[in-house]
Every structure is written in structure tokens, then in C-alpha cells.
Design a protein around this ligand. Sequence first.
Ligand SMILES: Nc1ncnc2c1ncn2[C@@H]1O[C@H](COP(=O)(O)OP(=O)(O)OP(=O)(O)O)[C@@H](O)[C@H]1O
Length: 304
Amino acid sequence: MIEVENLTKRYGAKVAVDGLSFSVTPGKVTGFLGPNGAGKSTTLRMILGLDEPTAGRATVFGVPYRSLTRPLTRVGALLDTRTVHPGRSARDHLRVLAASHGLPATRAEAVLDRVGLLAVARQRVRGFSLGMGQRLGVAAALLGDPEVLLFDEPVNGLDPEGVRWIRELMRGLAAEGRTVLVSSHLMNEMAVTADHLVVVARGRLLADTPVDAFVAAHADRTVVARVSDPEGMRRALREQGIDCVREDDATLAVSGVSVEKVGLVASAENIAVFELTASSGSLEEAFMKLTQEYAEYRASTGGF
Ligand SMILES: Nc1ncnc2c1ncn2[C@@H]1O[C@H](COP(=O)(O)OP(=O)(O)OP(=O)(O)O)[C@@H](O)[C@H]1O
């Protein structure tokens, strides 16, 4: 549905997007992840025809965005929500947008309802909270009932209720068979929202994979073991070349082995096991491991 092929964007000497290729398919939420400055926004802007690629191409439904007839009915996007006229009401904003794209005014009512803004539809946008502004931006993206949706950092600055709302909306849109591409910095959020990930750094593709496979490939598996003799257990594990860390008086975190293996080591040493839990690691851990060396802006750990 969305195809990016060898997409490249240079700003002078700066290569913002560097030979990027991936495709985004319908019926799932695809998370678009990368450290600051990775080229995510630039890529989204090129998909939407707002920036011209230096090389390569981005297509939606097989054609460049600018070649789509009635694009609002094919592709919806939430980029920067501060572009709304502050003196207009939410309803007027959507009606003007609908009229200028040949859509009926009833669409404005439908999307106001879908994003939960019907009750405040007559209020001026100037007085809107950040969350209400985001909802209005989403309403505009949904106005033409498009099959493809792009969201750039949709949960930035939202409270937990707003974050949950966006998550359920995106999952719902994907469940309706739409193509949903969403960029985000919030790994815990992406872990519960996205089905698939496209990970970029310094404009290049690092991973294009289902979320579960990404975590399994890049995060350490850990087994938490609460035992009667943690020191003896630690010694026995070390003798077998297995790393572990003492978490508290009775608990060890064991890296890179299965629960079965830890259980067998304990049993061979006659150590009682009170708890044995496997953890597959988090998306955040996997992402940090993969992208650490690529971060463009990182807090300095040294002095000046
Ligand atoms: N108009 C521009 N002129 C010059 N450089 C630009 C321009 N737009 C983006 N860049 C640079 O291109 C790189 C990629 O920027 P982009 O905003 O696409 O990254 P991003 O992944 O969206 O980052 P963030 O997560 O911080 O929003 C950055 O180094 C940025 O400074």
C-alpha cells in the first residue's frame, strides 16, 4: 500500500534519508521508529509529497501521492496539529476542509463523533487543550475515510487517557483493514500498539520485522530465579559459564538461558526454587541495543 524504494533526501551535505526501502501493508499498525534525527519525519513528508526526494521514490497505491485524485479520500495524515486556524471552531475547520475537497458536511459530523469532539464542536480551536488539538488533527486525517493513515508522533504530550485513546483508535483502524503507519519515540506504547516495525537510524533501514521477532532478536532473555541459596546458585551457574546478577537477598537475574536450564542447575545443587520466571526483554531494551550507536543527539556523560 505504501512503497518506499531507495528513497534518499539530502539537505546540502546532510543526508537525512539514505537509500531507504520498505513497504507498509494493510490490516496492521506499523511502527516507524528511530532515534532523533533518524529521518522519520522527512520520510513521511516525502510519502505525502510535501518534500521532493533527492533520489528514489515513495508511492501510495502504486503512484506518487501527488498523482492521487482526491487524495484526502485515499490517504489521511497527522503531521503537525498547530496548523489549524485558531479563530475557527472545530466544526468549521472540518467543514471548510471537507468543502475544499468535495466532501459532504456530514463527514465533518461523522469524524467529530469518532474522535469524541461533538460536545465541543462549536468552541474555537484557540481554547483547545493539546489533547483536543490532537483529536481534531486525527478528525481531519479521517475526514475522507481514507484507507491509508500516517501519524507522526501522535501521542506526544498527551495524558494517559489520550495515549490510550490514540492506541485504541489506531488498533481499530488497522482492524478495519486500513494501512496505519505511525512514528513514535515511546517504546512502551509502540510495544502494545504496533504489529510490525520499521526501524531507521541515520536515514538507513535497521529492521523491518514483526514486533515479537524484533524483541526476540535484540533484547536479552532473562530468567528471574528466587532460590534458597542464591550464592551457591550463582557459583553453580558461573561454573557452567552462565552469567547472572544478584537482584536482592534471594533473587538472581540469569541471562541468555532457558528456565529449564536454570531449574536443572538448581536441582543438581539441591537448591530449592521458589520462583522461576522467564522474561523476553522489552521493546525499549531491544531498540536501545540496536540504535544506541546511531543516536544523533545524546546526553553527554562527561563534563564540558
Ligand atoms: N529542512 C531541513 N534542512 C536541513 N536539514 C534538515 C531539514 N529537515 C530535516 N533535516 C535534518 O535531517 C535529519 C533527519 O530529520 P527528521 O526530522 O526527518 O528526523 P526524525 O527521525 O523525524 O527526528 P525526530 O525524531 O527528532 O523528529 C536531521 O539531522 C535533521 O536535522
